[in-house]
Design a protein around this ligand. Structure first.
Ligand code: ZN
Length: 286
């Protein structure tokens, strides 16, 4: 009964017209949206409406939440699930948003399981995801990453990739996969690429993937997800096997989307002037 009511309500929310003002926020802040075809746009807008309504939102540190903040975060979180069977991130109840880089007070032990090693007392963070708790985001980092995919850093993709990873209860860089064949390929490719990143990082080499991904398998998946959606063609060049397993998992092909856009830009929204093609020198991890 409960599910029937919930599904009925979701269907109603999904059918609402996407507010024109929200469309402006998405157009201004999320260049990837301009790469989607009409069916993908419609589905993402519908998902965004449900996600935005169902989650609890809290402005922290004096931040007054606006529709721009909620929409910009929601549409990017939902983009990750666009091709996945999903339940609108059932493991995310609330999203806490701070205005800018903050030092978050120590949590009481046992309340949440930390997954980011960067939240230790006085170390500032840009975002954080808890296994049994909220997603924390910093708005100025969200906006910068959203508007500048050429940098390859997106804290929304990062934290919500952690939440996908957590769906099976373990933060191990392996989200729930379709079958054993997919799992075998995933483990083979991701293990190899993770160890390669770790080795290069330890040797002090520059790497395409952010060296933060060498910290553990969970961070590797989150960092790889950022590049998959932000700089798909470069990821495909640097690590084609990794791109392939991510594309198989997400059921999305952002590199192909970008090619389609470049082949016929006139068929895409005029606002999409931000290039997802990247300067080679942009923000490579050291
Ligand atoms: Zn992380």
């Amino acid at each position: 009964m409960f599910h029937w009511l919930r599904d009925h309500h979701r269907a109603e929310v999904r059918s609402r017209p996407f507010p024109a003002e929200w469309d402006k926020f998405v157009s201004a802040n999320v260049p990837h949206f301009g790469l989607l075809d009409a069916a993908e746009c419609a589905e993402l807008c519908a998902m965004t409406q449900v996600f935005l309504e169902e989650k609890q939102w809290e402005g922290c540190g004096g931040l007054e939440l606006t529709d721009e903040i909620r929409v910009t975060i929601s549409v990017q979180a939902c983009l990750l699930q666009l091709g996945l069977p999903h339940d609108y991130y059932r493991n995310v109840d609330s999203i806490l948003v701070y205005p800018s880089t903050v030092v978050i007070p120590e949590q009481h032990p046992g309340v949440f399981q930390r997954v980011e090693g960067t939240l230790d007392g006085d170390v500032p963070i840009l975002g954080q995801a808890f296994t049994h708790g909220p997603v924390i985001l910093v708005w100025d980092a969200v906006l910068k990453g959203s508007r500048h995919p050429e940098r390859g850093h997106n804290v929304v993709y990062h934290e919500f990739a952690h939440k996908l990873d957590m769906l099976d209860g373990a933060v191990d860089g392996t989200p729930p996969l379709a079958d054993g064949v997919q799992l075998t390929e995933w483990v083979e490719v991701c293990s190899r690429e993770f160890l390669r990143l770790r080795q290069l990082t330890e040797q002090g080499h520059k790497t395409f993937l952010d060296s933060y991904g060498a910290k553990n398998e969970g961070e590797f998946f989150a960092v790889a997800t950022e590049e998959f959606f932000d700089r798909p063609q470069l990821l495909q060049q640097h690590a084609p096997d990794l791109y392939h397993v991510l594309s198989t998992y997400y059921h999305q092909d952002p590199a192909e989307r970008l090619l389609r856009f470049e082949a016929a830009p006139a068929e895409h929204p005029a606002h999409l002037t931000l290039s997802l093609k990247n300067p080679q020198d942009s923000n490579e991890a050291v």
